[in-house]
Write a protein that binds this ligand. Structure first.
Ligand code: GAR
Length: 199
């Protein structure tokens, strides 16, 4: 399965996916490209250091549709079959979502449908939640919406700050994202085997 990863920043989830593909934990897969909308995203160097092709596609003054059309073209050119959003901080246009039906997944640092959007940990702490976590889900045209693939609960501890809570959740994000992509790749190989099973 050819994977394309979209990032906007640090790229630690991207690194977890690239390393899991390299180690075979995510089998029969290849990370074909990492695309960032930000030229200074720290994840770009991390991807290059792992031998993965990187591309920067900035939005500049273009419409969301124009920006997304460029990204879709690069993904299609490389025959990408699964698009993983890994800290990609933009809402995808409907035409992007339609270009990869049921083949775009995202990780979000909350137990969706609770706390979609930005400043998740601030809001979780302000609300006095005792439990938070992370979610991997299929992407649709709405923000942090779409069918959930996997979730992991993470306790909120007394005295937690945004830094301590986000760090504890991020550790779990890396495991959860790898597990979710492994599941999706197994589903893909099952789909490919299905014609034989039906004979
Ligand atoms: C992660 O916590 C991810 O869940 C979050 O951004 C961070 C990116 O970190 N994504 C969202 O909030 C999407 N709505 P990373 O660049 O180190 O993977």
């Amino acid at each position: 399965m050819k994977i394309g990863i979209l990032i906007s920043g640090r790229g630690s989830n991207m690194v977890a996916l690239v390393d899991a593909v390299k180690s075979g934990e995510i089998p029969d897969s290849e990370v074909a490209v990492v695309i960032s909308d930000k030229p200074n995203a720290a994840g770009l160097e991390k991807a290059k250091a792992r031998g993965v092709e990187t591309i920067v596609i900035e939005r500049n003054k273009r419409t969301r549709e124009e920006h997304d059309a460029d990204i879709v073209a690069e993904l299609k050119e490389r025959n990408v079959e699964l698009v993983c959003l890994a800290g990609y901080m933009r809402l995808l246009s409907p035409s992007f979502v339609r270009a990869f039906p049921d083949r775009i997944i995202n990780i979000h640092p909350s137990l969706l449908p609770a706390y979609p959007g930005l400043d998740v940990h601030e809001r979780v702490l302000a609300a006095g939640e005792k439990v938070s976590g992370c979610t991997v889900h299929f992407v649709n045209e709405d923000l942090d919406d779409g069918p959930i693939i996997l979730q992991k609960e993470v306790p909120v501890q007394d005295g937690d700050t945004v830094e301590t809570l986000s760090g504890r959740i991020l550790e779990q994000e890396h495991n959860l994202y790898v597990e979710a992509v492994r599941l999706v790749s197994q589903l893909e190989s099952f789909r490919l085997r299905q014609p034989d099973l039906l004979q």
